[in-house]
Design a binder for this molecule. Structure first.
Ligand SMILES: C[S@@+](CC[C@H](N)C(=O)[O-])C[C@H]1O[C@@H](n2cnc3c(N)ncnc32)[C@H](O)[C@@H]1O
Length: 287
């Protein structure tokens, strides 16, 4: 083979590798708690956020009931904490968890002013949300997971604070978000979120797509003895998007279909014939 041809092939290989290499967060953002408190308050509470953050729709989607216990991890000023507190009242409560004690002080002051009394603050550690054992029904993160360094360990510690089959919701910006205030390398792609949550013992149960700038993924803690793929349903190919009920995991056999940017997970028991898929949308294609 000539030198030129060899280099050409090598370049093609590199391009192919780059195209299919799993995207990963490659650097950490600067710590937000280093910013002056007043800047953080102004940023987290800015009114225009409501239009694309859709906090009421997020709370509604989580179907919280009176009496539920929620942990808002990286609660900040309590943008979501206050809303959760109302959703689980009068018998439920919210743990507002953050490594920054100053912002939790502000959060508590605001909650008292608004007569919201079912919020408890926890000044946590960078590597541990420090939740009381088996106490929480839902752990929620918004714009926080990309600030956490060793997330698999963090989720494992968090899992100890969840009740059996407790849930974990993650809202954050993907690196290719149409609009975000971060450096893309400091963001966590949705596929990485899913793989890390799975490593920590969670399974994806919903992939909400109504947020224009962020993913919104809902996981459930796997119970002791549960197997991957157990809750999946058989669907025979050919598979059309309209035939797939939403919000469930599906077995799709050899003729697998995926949606661009939808995480597809291999089922360890049945490779290569069975794959797991989460909610195909209108852009399905077959492999
Ligand atoms: C961008 S703010 C988001 C605040 C809030 N979730 C919201 O949506 O308005 C991220 C928050 O996460 C907190 N944080 C960063 N690393 C954390 C960690 N390892 N554990 C808990 N909180 C953390 C920061 O102090 C900050 O208040």
């Amino acid at each position: 083979m000539s030198g030129k041809r060899c280099i050409g092939r090598l370049a093609l290989l590199i391009l192919l590798f780059a195209a299919f290499a799993p995207a990963q967060q490659t650097s950490m953002p600067p710590p937000s708690e280093a910013r002056p408190l007043q800047d953080r308050i102004a940023s987290f509470e800015r009114a225009e956020r409501e239009t694309w953050q859709k906090p009421s729709e997020i709370v509604k989607a989580l179907e919280l009931k009176n009496g539920a216990v929620v942990a808002d991890i990286g609660a900040g000023t309590g943008y979501f904490t206050r809303r959760f507190a109302k959703a689980v009242a009068p018998n439920g409560k919210v743990y507002a968890v953050d490594i920054a004690a100053d912002i939790l002080g502000y959060l508590k002051e605001q909650a008292d002013k608004q007569d919201i009394h079912n919020i408890e603050t926890i000044v946590s550690r960078e590597d541990d949300p420090m939740l009381p054992g088996k106490s929480v029904d839902l752990a929620f993160f918004c714009d926080t997971t990309h600030h956490i360094a060793n997330r698999v360990n963090f989720y494992r510690k968090l899992s100890r604070g969840l009740k059996e089959h407790g849930r974990m919701a993650i809202v954050d910006y993907p690196p290719d978000s149409p609009q975000h205030p971060h450096n893309p390398e400091q963001l966590v792609p949705r596929s990485q979120v899913i793989s890390e949550a799975e490593q920590a013992g969670f399974k994806l149960i919903r992939d909400f797509t109504f947020l224009p700038r962020q993913y919104f993924l809902l996981f459930e803690k796997k119970g002791a003895g549960s197997e991957p793929g157990r809750s999946m349903r058989s669907v025979r190919p050919p598979l059309l998007p309209s035939q797939v009920p939403e919000g469930r995991d599906h077995h799709i056999g050899f003729n697998m279909q995926i949606r661009a940017a939808t995480p597809v997970r291999r089922s360890p028991q049945a490779w290569p014939l069975k794959w797991e898929i989460s909610r195909p949308g209108p852009f399905c294609f077959s492999l």
